[in-house]
Write a protein that binds this ligand. Sequence first.
Ligand SMILES: [Zn+2]
Length: 177
Amino acid sequence: MFTEPLPSTLDARKAAVRGVSVSGNLALPKMERISTLLASTEGSVEAECVFSKDEENRSVIDISVRATVEITCQRCLEPMPLELVAENRLALVADDDEAKALPERLEPLLLEDENCDLWSLVEDEIILKLPIVGYHDTAACKQTLEEYKAPPPEAGSGKENPFAVLEQLKSGNQNQE
Ligand SMILES: [Zn+2]
């Protein structure tokens, strides 16, 4: 559990040369893009960014994120907690040509100046991990509980024969012919 906030920006190229790592928590209300995708700003986000040079002397960031957020259950429309873990390696590039030259396993991070927006990177990782639609587990979902509570549709009407409906359908078909 990190108690300090994650720095919002860092000189990424210098950090890579020095092998700096930074970690901390982030406030969900400060992440504007993500707030439209979540049910609330309740939750917590922790992240660690490790800057280094890889074996081919590229500046890379290993980013790991652990978050608990609330999304809206698409069945009962109530908020539901969601735990996310994301890990990614990004390679710093100065332009599109450098990005194209990267091996496929590396994701480019275009940095036009030295400042790297760490909060935005963490936000990207969370957005990539969010499900397109989320549902509670069956046991936890209000919608399902209400379905269990409701009496079965035919209960109590006793005398009605379920086959009567079929008979009606059959005779209906015959009438049409
Ligand atoms: Zn639900």
